[in-house]
Design a protein around this ligand. Structure first.
Ligand code: G3I
Length: 567
């Protein structure tokens, strides 16, 4: 007799590689019992196993049982059946099982493109008109200089919309574009064969680099050619309503230059100059211009090492007041490390390396928009075979830190409630926690590349499993993938386009312990623990927005795992 799908069975709703660890988690009290792996039509049992009890985590205290069917590895489409619970979503066991999600995560950047029509040919039913030409961005009084006084009009077209809103922020563009370029640098063979059906797919350049260039070209316009400083953001004064891009036509401003913007820009332009150098034929002069731009931004930051973007202070002094995303980092030692590492890796000039203290303390802060130290470490590790002596002497320490950090991440993951690296403490469940899971995965892939030890790769896969459904809310946080996936992201085009399905390949920010107090939307579960505070509602910008700096580590994680699956 057919049973309905049991939401209590949590698993990667897409599936598993034949040789990988395969785990599903059953929520709810009960001891032991058997589970059955069956063909998708339920007609044949292919594997029978015993459920084991897991240790409830200290914050949710919810008991779970684990179904481990790693011993079964025959490709096909299956369901799990658990007597008294029901049957799971249908999933696959096959090679390249995450290729579609990796592709979609990157294609999502195409859907985020500003200043261009998205025709049906590439965008399918989500085709739409261009918005935000940004050909006449206005210099805000906070950004005024002698050569570019208030009201000067600058050309600042292209770029990706940051998130669910329509503004463009240099700080967040930095880590996003840097992460995509890092994915390419780490897995070039994988990306060289990828075709995403974007307008540039027929050129000789990998799609990931064509896509990244859409944003890099915008970033270049954000540098003031007169002094090398970089504007913090290009923005409406206030967030738009839930309208399509072409209906959002308020004046847009470039606001104050800052150290964070200059260094993010310097880092990513330096990195890009080295990556696009190999495509000089396709983009003559581009790599050189990028390196010049990076150098000038770096020099500006040397002269202006502590210029914070403080939105509140600005609003006390200038009109119009700006109330969009602040990305107001106040501490730049990590941005200096990242920019220095990229400039050094691209030029091999020791002066960049020695300009910063690479190890100011023993911390290994997980990357996020306001914390980019490890991006510098990853880059130095990636270029370990071409370092000059001054950097080479630090290499053992650098590697030790990266591997020790990975060891700390995976410690205890196999005893955790959902058997994921994600969720060691409730501190993992912040605004944009999906990017915590993805960035932990990147750290683990880096450790895997350094050691060749499979346990790190398995840890990374456990977090991909988390993102695609093996979590306390049972959602696949990637739009368009999984039977129970995010359907109502806080994302203006997805809300305003009148199409039921959200634009695919977008990663919801996911569970956020403080979401209910931060966005005050109705519908959060009462008495929810940190790992349960999520609603699939477009009101919920604190738990269900999407953002480019969350999609980029997802792309790295899923693509990296795909590239490494058979190694
Ligand atoms: O840094 C403090 C930390 O010291 C403290 O312990 C912790 C306690 O909660 O808070 C930390 O600050 C948090 C900060 O992010 C840094 O992580 C704030 O609480 C939290 O509210 C803040 O959230 C940011 C949010 O904007 C609000 O500013 C998100 O990281 C950031 O991703 C998000 O970005 C927005 C853009 O502004 C606009 N576009 C959409 C985008 C995504 O929502």
């Amino acid at each position: 007799q057919a049973q309905s799908i049991a939401d209590n069975i949590r698993l990667n709703q897409i599936g598993f590689y034949p040789a990988a660890t395969k785990v599903a988690v059953v929520v709810g009290e009960n001891n032991g019992g058997k589970f059955y792996l069956k063909t998708a039509d339920g007609s044949k049992t292919v594997f029978t196993g015993q459920l084991t009890q897991s240790k409830p985590n200290e914050f949710s205290k919810k008991p779970t049982r684990i179904a481990d069917f790693s011993g079964f590895n025959k490709p096909g489409t299956y369901v799990l059946e658990i007597p008294g619970v029901g049957k799971s979503y249908t999933f696959s066991i096959k090679p390249e099982v995450h290729k579609a999600v990796a592709d979609a995560g990157l294609k999502a950047f195409y859907y985020q493109r500003m200043s261009i029509d998205l025709p049906e040919k590439y965008a399918g039913k989500w085709h739409r008109k261009a918005g935000h030409p940004d050909s006449k961005a206005i210099v805000h009084p906070s950004a005024a200089s002698d050569k570019r006084p208030t009201g000067t009009v600058i050309y600042s077209t292209r770029g990706w919309l940051d998130a669910g809103d329509y503004n463009k922020y240099i700080v967040n563009s930095g880590i996003t574009t840097g992460t995509l370029l890092a994915a390419y640098e780490d897995f070039p063979a994988y990306f060289k064969t990828q075709k995403l059906n974007i307008p540039e797919s027929n050129n000789q350049v990998p799609d990931v680099l064509d896509e990244a260039l859409w944003n890099l070209r915008w970033m270049l316009t954000m540098q003031d050619p007169n002094d090398g400083g970089v504007y913090h953001k290009l923005t409406n004064p206030a967030f738009d309503g839930m309208v399509m891009p072409d209906k959002s036509d308020k004046p847009r401003y470039v606001v104050q230059k800052g150290t964070g913007a200059a260094l993010n820009f310097a880092a990513v332009m330096a990195q890009a100059s080295r990556v696009y150098k190999n495509y000089n034929k396709d983009f003559p002069g581009l790599a050189d211009s990028m390196l010049t731009a990076a150098t000038r931004a770096w020099e500006w930051a040397q002269k202006n090492p502590k210029v914070i973007y403080d939105q509140e202070t600005n609003n006390n002094q200038f009109e119009p007041k700006i109330t969009t995303g602040a990305y107001g980092d106040r501490e730049f030692s990590d941005e200096f490390i990242w920019a220095a590492s990229e400039l050094y890796a691209s030029t091999k000039q020791d002066k960049y390396y020695t300009a910063v203290n690479l190890f100011p303390d023993t911390n290994m802060p997980l990357p996020s928009w306001n914390q980019v130290r490890l991006l510098g470490y990853y880059t130095l590790a990636r270029h370990q075979n071409s370092l000059t002596p001054v950097a080479k002497k630090d290499l053992p320490e650098l590697k030790k830190r990266l591997v020790t950090f990975a060891d700390e991440l995976i410690a205890g993951a196999n005893e955790r409630t959902y058997r994921t690296v994600m969720g060691k403490t409730e501190k993992d469940y912040i605004w944009g926690s999906s990017s915590v899971a993805a960035n932990q995965g990147i750290a683990l892939i880096n450790a895997y590349k350094l050691t060749n030890d499979k346990k790190y790769l398995e840890g990374a896969i456990s977090n991909l499993d988390y993102l695609l459904g093996r979590n306390a809310v049972g959602f696949s946080f990637l739009t368009g993938f999984g039977k129970k996936s995010t359907m109502n992201p806080h994302h203006r085009p997805s809300v305003a386009d009148g199409i039921k399905e959200p634009i695919p390949g977008l990663l919801s920010g996911g569970t956020n312990a403080r979401a209910n107090v931060q966005d005050k939307c109705a519908g959060y579960p009462s008495n929810a623990s940190a790992d349960e505070m999520y609603i699939d509602h477009d009101c919920s910008y604190a738990s269900n927005e999407i953002a480019i700096n969350w999609n980029a580590p997802f792309v790295y994680l899923a693509s990296g795992i795909e590239a490494l699956q058979n190694k």
